[in-house]
Design a protein around this ligand. Structure first.
Ligand code: DQA
Length: 163
């Protein structure tokens, strides 16, 4: 059975209470339960993790080697500067899809820098909690050999893809 991890970074444990005008009223537990149920309906085991610590997120990804088929991550603010997390994802044998609840490009300037971008399979930003399910669907499509294809096979030669 396909096994995927949904990994949430710093401050996402307080989803629902944290700046609800920005991030909404849905709690992380509700997000995770919806993904786990969706997974059960599609024969996929979804396991959820959250940590405020970059090293703990890396531990989750490393422990997933040989066990996970893929992962979805909302890295929180680590998306903008988490280079150790970036290096970890670059070395993983399984694909990772990045999610942001908010449209980071419509917000403060510092949020436009996304350091994981070159090493993730793709990104979904600005779709709220729906983004996680879309990311899971994209991951499965990829695991089944469909789109999105691995970097460098999409015809681009700029931005990190292989020529
Ligand atoms: C976020 C966007 C990040 O810039 C921010 O630091 C977060 C949440 C999002 O889901 O929109 O913690 O990742």
């Amino acid at each position: 059975m396909t096994r995927v991890a949904v990994v949430h970074g710093p401050n996402l444990g307080r989803l629902g209470q944290r700046e609800p005008a920005v991030y909404g009223a849905v709690t992380l537990d509700e997000v995770n339960q919806a993904l786990i149920s969706w997974g059960q309906a599609h024969d996929i085991t979804v396991e959820a993790h959250q940590s405020n610590l970059e090293g703990s997120l890396i531990d989750v990804f490393e422990a997933g080697v040989g066990r996970l088929d893929g992962a979805v991550i909302n890295p929180g603010a680590l998306a903008h500067y988490g280079l150790a997390l970036r290096d970890c994802i670059a070395a993983l044998p399984y694909p990772v899809v990045e999610v942001h609840l908010t449209n980071v490009f419509q917000r403060e300037r510092f949020r436009r820098r996304l350091v994981l971008a070159p090493v993730v399979a793709g990104q979904i930003t600005g779709m709220g909690p729906l983004g996680y399910r879309l990311a899971l669907e994209a991951l499965l499509e990829r695991l089944q050999g469909g789109w999105p294809r691995p970097s460098g096979e999409n015809g681009q030669t700029e931005g990190g893809g292989r020529p």
